[in-house]
Design a protein around this ligand. Structure first.
Ligand code: PHE
Length: 354
């Protein structure tokens, strides 16, 4: 009886899985199991023998049953432990970064331009996009009959019936910021003014809203030579290669003398490459600030002089990133931005631990 007990308890203890356990159960206490057959033999025993063997076999059967149940539970616990171990999650790990959105070329270039001029001591000035007639035109020495003031070029706001003040305009350039800045801070000064400007125009190279960056430097003895140096420094830093400039005599009511500035480029194979070749591309207007403009802004032209320039941000963004159609800036999506190499902003998710 003892060896019977030892054998079955050992086999149960060694069972590797539930299927093995079931086989053991059938072999021990199933209908034709070893213990069951022994119990059937009780009938052939003498009453005395039966009195000791009966209870012993019953106890053994109970013991085997509970050993089977205990082993079954142990196997299930082990399986669960193994699963927990395998599927373990570290909820304290930093979350994955999501790529969302993309910086717009105009924003990126505005930042690049601002950083380069900041290195040369220029700070950023701002002004409103809805301007008065005075700041946008008169203070800049643009006379009433000037073609730039024509309704076909400029967006005017409506005045109420009977209100005879000149209407406001959507600023047609960033030059009014020159006046506002000098009025508020006087001379000397060194500022750039990037921002949106508006003109009634629409084709491959013109949109009704576009971006300019104004430059203004006023001091006692600034000259066109300083202007040329500043612009060449700028273009070289911006395009990352030495860029020659060409100054062509021009006319703006608010500068005297005035110059349109071209940068050196090649047009081979239908693409524009800045800083090489013998072609020229116009990128900005500039000149020495007109004495009347200084005066309108409350700066004494007998004491102060300086230069100003106005450059198209969209234009130089197209040139640097090889974007052929200006309109794409305003009606394109992420795929377009990625095509031109603008990557997503990295936005850290919650729990990122950075
Ligand atoms: N305001 C001029 C334009 O929009 C550019 C300019 C700015 C020219 C400053 C000279 C000086 O075309």
């Amino acid at each position: 009886m003892d060896s019977l007990r030892a054998t079955w308890l050992e086999r149960i203890g060694n069972a590797g899985d539930e299927a093995a356990l079931e086989e053991i159960r059938v072999a021990a206490i199933g209908k034709k199991g070893e213990i069951s057959l022994k119990m059937r033999e009780l009938g052939k025993m003498t009453p005395e023998e039966r009195q000791t063997a009966g209870p012993a076999l019953n106890a053994l059967k109970d013991e085997v049953n509970s050993a089977l149940a205990a082993k079954k539970q142990a196997l299930a616990d082990a399986a669960l432990d193994a699963r927990l171990q395998a599927e373990w999650l570290d909820v304290t790990l930093p979350a994955r970064h999501r790529r969302v959105g993309t910086i717009h070329p105009v924003s990126q270039v505005t930042e690049e331009v601002t950083a380069i001029f900041a290195d040369m001591g220029f700070s950023v000035a701002e002004g409103p996009q809805i301007e008065t007639d005075w700041y946008n035109f008169d203070a800049l020495n643009i006379p009433g009959h000037h073609p730039a003031r024509a309704e076909m070029d400029t967006f005017y706001t409506h005045r109420a019936e009977g209100d005879n003040r000149p209407p406001h305009v959507l600023r047609t350039h960033t030059s009014p910021v020159q006046i506002r800045h000098m009025e508020a801070h006087g001379a000397p000064c060194r500022v750039i003014a990037p921002g949106r400007v508006y003109r009634a125009d629409y084709d491959q190279t013109h949109t009704p809203m576009f971006h300019q960056v104004e430059g203004l430097a006023i001091d006692r003895d600034l000259s066109m030579a300083n202007l040329k140096w500043v612009l060449e420094e700028f273009f070289t830093a911006y395009f990352g290669t030495k860029v020659k400039t060409r100054f062509r005599a021009s006319h703006f009511p608010f500068t005297e003398p005035s110059a349109e500035v071209d940068i050196q480029c090649s047009f081979e194979g239908g693409t524009v490459k800045v800083g090489e070749g013998d072609g020229w591309l116009e990128v900005l207007g500039s000149g020495m600030v007109h004495p009347k403009v200084l005066q309108a802004a409350g700066v004494d032209p007998a004491e102060w002089q300086g230069f100003a320039f106005g450059m198209g941000i969209d234009r130089i963004a197209m040139l640097k990133y090889g974007i052929p159609d200006l309109r794409a800036f305003f009606d394109s999506d992420l795929r377009w931005l990625r095509h031109y190499g603008f990557s997503a902003l990295q936005v850290p998710a919650v729990h990122s631990g950075v």
